[in-house]
Design a binder for this molecule. Structure first.
Ligand code: NAP
Ligand code: MG
Length: 421
């Protein structure tokens, strides 16, 4: 009789895989597929890292540009509405069409940015945090933990009106109430040419920004910092400061005390200095412009846009997880030409793990949450073991990194993951 003798370790791993049941999901996750290289990565992640271990329960929306065009962009609205129904979504990067995309995809219209459409329906704040891994060192020596930027995404200079003042004259700010009452302020009496700008914001938007930030602090057990220039802008910026303070005291102070975290307000210039000296590990809530500028600084100082998580948190408790980068068009064209690519899938993997963990949390599924933790750990360990995509290999302080193709990297993560399950 012929007997096959498996080495002990292989036998054990075979046994484990045979007896391991796939994790079940109670509530569907809203899955928004996307475009180009990230669409390729999306499928690989599902095939290699998710479906073998989870009975994936998703409600699928194809936000690929072709299908958005076929449905007159209705699919984007439907996907956002489904997120309201189920609470958690995961989104692949998508093309925001420009003139060049019109003939490329034979578009009926230059459809709006899907992120813009989804944000308008869900309302909320975008939180971006770097993914920290040994071998990719922050440029700032003291930074040990991630700094999460929470950017207010409404108003200020992004919705301003501007004037070029041609010559001597008076520029005024005038408000006319519905009942006809008037308020008037002189902006400046010009004695020569110059410029002027009018900006606005809404209390309702600032309130929902404050609640999103303060909820996210509780969710992730991190302090929340907020800063403006209220000493100079005594009405505009001061209103931001007051709204945050009032909402914190009325709705959050108790819970923050219980969680052992704090809300901290300071001036924006003081905040910048403190951030540079800090070791990280907090949420930095920023007004729209500050968030725009500071998130690029923080992302670059931590390493790379492909090593960044991004989640939209609505004040109504909906969550949409995505990668912070785009569809990596240049790599996609190489892929189409049959060339090897080395595209970093970490941010897209973390979009999935973020969404699965949140789904697990809301459904009381420990198993799903633990799986998300293990997949993240396996992803980081693969890099720390020296296997990574080209973008990271160029940055790493690890000796002799192995440069993987897009697919090899995901396969390596699977090997690491299987050892940990
Ligand atoms: P991008 O896709 O972020 O890529 C810009 C460059 O950054 C790439 O060419 C690549 O550099 C590097 N890069 C980004 N992600 C990478 C990754 N995962 N692995 C390795 N390298 C990475 O930005 P884009 O090329 O300006 O935009 C392409 C499309 O994405 C556009 O149609 C835009 O509308 C869309 N977009 C979507 C979102 C979203 O859905 N959230 C966000 C931004 C842009 P090298 O070429 O030097 O390797
Ligand atoms: Mg910007």
């Amino acid at each position: 009789m012929l007997r096959i003798v498996l080495p002990q370790r292989a036998a054990r791993s075979f046994q484990r895989r045979r007896t391991m049941e796939k994790i079940k999901m109670k509530t569907p996750l809203v899955e928004m597929d996307g475009d180009e290289m990230t669409r390729i990565i999306w499928q690989m992640i599902k095939d290699e890292l998710l479906s073998p271990f989870i009975e994936l329960n998703t409600e699928y929306y194809d936000l690929g540009l072709k299908h958005r065009n076929d449905t007159d962009d209705q699919v984007t609205v439907d996907a956002a509405e489904a997120t309201k129904k189920y609470g958690v979504a995961v989104k692949c990067a998508t093309i925001t069409p420009n003139a060049a995309r019109m003939p490329e995809y034979n578009l009926k219209e230059m459809w709006k940015s899907p992120n813009g459409t989804i944000r308008a329906i869900l309302d909320g704040t975008v939180f971006r945090a770097p993914i920290i891994v040994k071998g990719i060192e922050p440029y700032v020596r003291t930074w040990k933990k991630p700094i999460t930027i929470a950017r207010h995404a409404y108003g200020d200079v992004y919705k301003n009106v501007e004037m070029k003042i041609p010559g001597p004259g008076k520029c005024e700010l005038v408000y006319t109430g519905e009942d006809g009452t008037e308020m008037r302020e002189t902006v400046h009496e010009y004695d020569g040419p110059g410029i002027a700008q009018g900006m606005h914001n809404l209390n309702a938007s600032i309130e929902s920004f404050a609640r999103s930030c303060l909820n996210y602090g509780l969710d992730t057990k991190q302090d929340v910092w907020f800063a403006t220039k209220d000493t100079i802008s005594k009405k505009y910026d001061h209103t931001f400061k007051d709204i945050f303070q009032e909402i914190f005291e009325a709705e959050y102070a108790e819970r923050y005390k219980e969680a052992g975290i704090e809300y901290f307000y300071t001036l924006i210039d003081d905040a910048v200095a403190r951030v540079m000296r800090s070791e990280g590990g907090y949420i930095w809530a920023c007004k729209n412009y500050d968030g725009d500028v500071m998130s690029d600084m923080v992302a670059t100082a931590f390493g790379s846009l492909a090593m960044m998580t991004s989640v939209l948190v609505s004040p109504h408790g909906y969550y949409e997880y995505e990668a912070a980068h785009g569809t990596v068009q240049r790599h996609y064209y190489k892929h189409l030409a049959g060339e090897e690519t080395s595209t970093n899938s970490v941010a897209t993997i973390f979009a999935w793990t973020g969404a699965l963990r949140k789904r697990g949390e809301l459904d009381g599924s420990r198993e799903l949450m633990t799986f998300a933790d293990k997949l993240e750990a396996a992803t980081l360990k693969t890099i720390e073991d020296g296997k990574m995509t080209r973008d990271l290999a160029l940055l790493t302080t690890l000796p002799d990194p192995v440069v993987c193709t897009t697919e090899q990297f995901i396969r390596e993560i699977r090997k690491t993951l299987e050892k940990s399950l």
